[in-house]
Design a protein around this ligand. Structure first.
Ligand code: GTP
Ligand code: MG
Length: 193
């Protein structure tokens, strides 16, 4: 390790990744950590873990622990123990599946009810609208948005109203906005630490 490396502060950041079944939580993490994507769907049973060492800035290296929670309804009631020491959250939904968007607020409430910052505030949570690669934007321009899908302005408003720090359209498949989503969350956590 270089001298410069030794001077760096290491900060462990634990982030929980939640959202409905099949929204792409595991795929997002696999893309982010291993730069891999698989079309095969293998549901997460309980919880999986991943670690990404992120050279955050000259002073800080972030050891980002990602807790990948299986999306089955039954797990929602069992997650309290997983949330311990969590300092940030990612809620994922699938842009092609309305019911996964309807569940976003349930997942957000789940986080808020189970974990708080030291000061007692809600922890920062980012919203990711995954599978953007499956949307045909040209077609939507011509035919209008499906009525449940939100415009950028509506998403901004939604995030403000429900206390998400922000949102991104993402694709684990095409590697769109995956790094950006994680960075925005980590930046918020580290900067406000
Ligand atoms: P659970 O563990 O069951 O809660 O699901 P999950 O949220 O971890 O979803 P997972 O990552 O297993 O992905 C579900 C399916 O969606 C898989 O077949 C993935 O290949 C697919 N998928 C995930 N992300 C994307 C994406 O960005 N685009 C496309 N086209 N497919 C995706
Ligand atoms: Mg999974």
């Amino acid at each position: 390790m270089s001298q410069e490396g030794q001077k760096k502060k290491e900060q462990v950041v634990k982030v929980i990744v939640v959202g409905d079944l099949g929204t792409g939580k595991t795929s997002i993490i696999q893309r982010y950590v291993n730069d891999k994507f698989s079309r095969k769907y293998k549901t997460t049973i309980g919880v999986d873990f991943a670690l990404k060492v992120l050279p955050f800035n000259e002073k800080t290296t972030v050891r980002l622990q990602l807790w990948d929670i299986g999306g089955q309804e039954m797990y929602r009631n069992m997650t309290r123990v997983y949330y311990k020491s969590t300092v940030g959250g990612i809620v994922a939904y699938d842009l092609t599946n309305e019911s996964t968007f309807d569940a976003v607020l349930k997942w957000k409430e789940d986080i808020d009810s189970k974990v708080r910052t030291e000061k007692g505030d809600p922890i920062p949570v980012i919203l990711v609208a995954n599978k953007i690669d499956l949307l045909d934007e040209e077609q939507e321009k011509e035919q209008g948005l499906e009525n449940w899908r939100k415009t950028k302005e509506e998403m901004d408003e939604f995030c403000k109203k429900h206390n998400f720090i922000g949102w991104f359209n993402t694709s684990a498949k095409e590697n769109i906005n995956i790094d950006e989503s994680a960075y925005a969350l980590v930046d918020h956590i580290v900067t406000n630490d």
